[in-house]
Design a protein around this ligand. Sequence first.
Ligand SMILES: [Zn+2]
Length: 106
Amino acid sequence: MHFPATLEILGKTWTVEILPESRLNARREVGEIVYTHTSIAVEDGQSEEQAIDTLLHEAIHAIDYTMAIGLEERQVHALSSGLYALLKQNPALLALFNRPEDEHGG
Ligand SMILES: [Zn+2]
């Protein structure tokens, strides 16, 4: 899986690490965010779908933290699942972000 090494989220750069299962499994988590280090970790060995969902989940935690929203864990779960489905099932939506500058044209 080729995850980005960093994510830019609302003006902060978050590092993204893929960690071996053993590191996070001790706490039965598949992802981790350390706000003070602006770092996100995703456990290796998940399905690709699950790993992307986990990355989205931790990114939503980062947004929540940065914007001081105060989301509950279940809300973060729901948002990551919803965003995953939205982006997965609507490739034309994602493509809007990837259009070369010269295609904007008006
Ligand atoms: Zn969480």
